[in-house]
Design a protein around this ligand. Structure first.
Ligand SMILES: [Zn+2]
Length: 572
């Protein structure tokens, strides 16, 4: 492609609304353009990358035995009514009506549609297992679309669904998908962690997320370098180092009520009493499916609501309002404590292990000292706190590291959640009707593209991995008015193009500096400068990521390029 003919509206200025590198660079390099909040067009250069990412995904899904199909994006409400998700999705679902007043939505996800399709087509155990996938546009009305295509309202997703006879079959399909995902993200040049994710109290039996390590990631993850353990921070389990039964020899002191006027928070309390938050326990009052419960974590810890929700097996969990708190504690908010509390109490392991704790007194402006579980109150003991940096790894005991991650993939053992709800059954060898056992597997294609940029850029622009670069090579004749220079540039262009490589020839009559800046910005992996030494048949070979340019003859340069990018775009 000749640069002068390309539709490539690059920007010199960083758009003010772009907060993160990938968003800035995608706009500046002319990959995308915003149409409305959370809605983007992919321009030619961006679309080339997008298609290549899709192709990598497609190849690995196909070689794992999955079959591609394409479902509509416009979906009738009935499919979601049957599964109960027409209500569950709430305002995140884009809903609309046709001219006959029938309800539809723009599909936020396709579990129901795949399940329905398989249900009406496969009946026998002989047809299973089957894994189907599509690469298709999804719609979610995000409250706060941001970070460009990282969190947008219209996005392309690869979603796959597996249908098996039993749990063992599901395990097998799940493992195939996990392997395929690793290959995909390896080929895309991403540094990622595979972490355990919460699959919910009612959900399936296992779930993992593929997280690209990045400071701008929206998810917290915890991992261990020593043994490879990794989990989403909502899921990461905190192993109690001691069990509740082997508490140290700390003697239990007499309980004591103290006056703590206007002390509402742990920070205020530590300052007032001049002691560490480790000695305290916070008691938080929640409403779980409308019922009040108390949850206790140590003063220096954060309560993990996902874990609490799983312990309570409730569908809705929210902090209780002030009035409800007053009704159970007989005190203003900030003075709740476990002693004398007449509701269900869930205490974290550390609270159970602590002795002589400081807690709220259920009396305004008062706290209790020397409170002990078992003696002063009873509670169910569970792991309900967030893991913290330096905590012991639940697998090997070494130190846990916390990081931020961009979720690019998610694999999920659904079990029979949808097949049971939608009666997606098969008949086994004995002729018994059984629900198919399902898995679902997603990859955010646009988000993956942004994640690659987050990990592959420098101050000058994007540095595309060869596999998904929009073009492999850019040839820059330093002076287009010099016939010798242009001759060599055109010969190289022709030969590389004929060899199956994707090449840009920057034929614009611009200063060399401007062309170099553009080439760096759009991130083409190899740049060939044809300049002063063209008369001697010498060109400059410059890899985008590297500092040094190499003087090579035209033949040497072509040979070197061919060894890096072979047109099938698998190498490098
Ligand atoms: Zn470990």
């Amino acid at each position: 492609m000749y640069f002068s003919k390309m539709f490539l509206p690059t920007l010199r200025e960083v758009p003010a609304e772009a907060e993160i590198i990938s968003h800035k660079l995608m706009l500046r390099a002319g990959l995308i353009r915003k149409l409305a909040s959370g809605i983007y067009s992919f321009l030619p250069l961006g679309l080339r990358v997008l298609k290549k990412i899709e192709q990598v995904v497609r190849e690995e899904m196909d070689s794992a035995g999955a079959q591609e199909l394409l479902m509509p994006a416009l979906l009738p409400a009935e499919s979601f009514r049957e599964s109960g998700r027409w209500e569950v999705f709430g305002p995140e679902m884009f809903r609309l009506k046709d001219r006959n007043d029938r309800e539809f939505c723009l599909g936020p996800t396709h579990e129901e549609i795949f399940t329905g399709t398989v249900k009406s087509s496969l009946r026998s155990y002989r047809s299973l297992p089957v894994i189907l996938y599509q690469i298709q546009t999804k719609y979610r009305d995000e409250i706060r679309p941001r970070f460009g295509v990282m969190r947008s309202r219209e996005f392309i997703m690869k979603d796959a669904y597996s249908f098996d006879r039993d749990e063992a079959g599901l395990d097998d399909s799940y493992m195939k998908m996990e392997k395929a995902y690793r290959k995909i993200f390896d080929r895309l040049g991403l540094d990622y962690k595979v972490v355990e994710a919460d699959s919910g109290a009612m959900g399936g039996s296992g779930s993992q997320e593929f997280m690209v390590i990045s400071e701008i990631g929206e998810d917290g993850i915890a991992y261990c370098e020593a043994c490879g353990y990794g989990a989403n921070e909502e899921k990461a389990s905190c192993s109690p180092k001691n069990t509740i039964h082997s508490v140290g020899s700390m003697d239990e002191s007499m309980i004591e009520k103290i006056h703590t006027p206007n002390i509402h928070t742990i920070t205020e309390l530590t300052e007032f009493l001049g002691c560490d938050a480790v000695k305290m326990a916070k008691t938080l009052i929640y409403k779980a499916d409308g019922k009040l419960v108390a949850a206790m974590v140590r003063g220096d810890r954060e309560l993990n609501e996902v874990k609490l929700k799983n312990v309570l097996e409730c569908t809705e969990l929210e902090m209780a309002d002030a009035e409800s708190v007053r009704s159970v504690t007989n005190a203003e908010v900030g003075f709740a404590g476990p002693v004398g509390l007449k509701i269900r109490i869930i205490a974290d392991h550390e609270v159970a292990q602590g002795r002589n704790l400081i807690v709220g007194a259920n009396e305004t402006d008062h706290h209790l000292l020397n409170v002990n579980i078992g003696r002063d109150f009873d509670a169910e003991v569970h792991d309900i706190r967030f893991i913290a940096a330096g905590d012991a790894c639940p697998c090997c005991g070494k130190s846990i590291i916390l990081a931020r991650g961009i979720e690019v993939g998610h694999i999920f053992k659904l079990g029979t959640k949808y097949s049971s709800a939608l009666a997606c059954n098969y008949s086994d060898e004995e002729g018994n009707e059984r629900p198919m056992v399902m898995g679902s597997y997603g990859i955010g294609i646009n988000r993956t593209m942004a994640a690659v940029i987050e990990q592959h850029h420098d101050e000058n622009g994007i540095i595309w991995p060869m596999e998904i670069a929009p073009y492999h090579v850019i040839i820059v004749p330093v002076n287009v008015l010099d016939e010798k220079v242009m001759k060599i540039a055109e010969v190289m262009y022709q030969r590389l193009t004929d060899a199956g490589l994707e090449v840009i020839l920057d034929d614009r009559n611009e200063r060399a500096g401007v062309k170099f800046m553009d080439a760096d910005l759009i991130g083409i992996p190899i740049r060939i400068n044809v300049g002063r030494k063209a008369a001697e048949g010498i060109v400059e070979y410059k890899p985008r990521g590297g500092k040094e340019a190499l003087d090579l003859t035209v033949e040497e340069a072509i040979e070197k390029i061919m060894s890096k990018g072979d047109g099938s775009s698998h190498s490098l």
